[in-house]
Design a protein. Sequence first.
Length: 181
Amino acid sequence: MNTKTNSIRFGTLIAAATLILAGCSSTTPTEEEAAAASIAGDSVQITDSWVKSADSGMSAAFGELTNDSDADVTVVSATTEASSMLELHETVENESGEMVMRQIEGGFVIPAGGSMDLEPGGNHIMLMDLTAPLVAGDEVTFTLTFSDDSTYEFTAPVKDYSGANENYEGGDMDMDMEMDH
């Protein structure tokens, strides 16, 4: 073999090893880099979760979402096998002074180190077009998706509840479920 070829191969090997070792060196990320790198699905938990029982039509899920990270996180969607269509809802006063439910623009923002309540008469996860009756004592599993595409799964018990009674904004939804507060 040619000595020149061996020298080139050896030099290439040394250069590759140097790059690999340089990539293994550790640096301490800044707080901002660490916050940006945190995964929303790993920093959010729900407590006191529950779902309103319903024979058909619509229901809603409630609880307290807590964000343990140093950055705000945004829930952009939810899914469950109990419903073919879910929306993240807020309850607001319309021009007539009535309390109405509507899909929240941009999703639920859970503040850094803070929490957000999902409650009757307020923010909630709306289940529309139930796939089967939701009977008190059953459990429903949800998957939340965040703006960083991470997810968080939780299971909530179904409970009887006769509160709330908001209208859906636009009035075009059949509200088989009563939402009185």
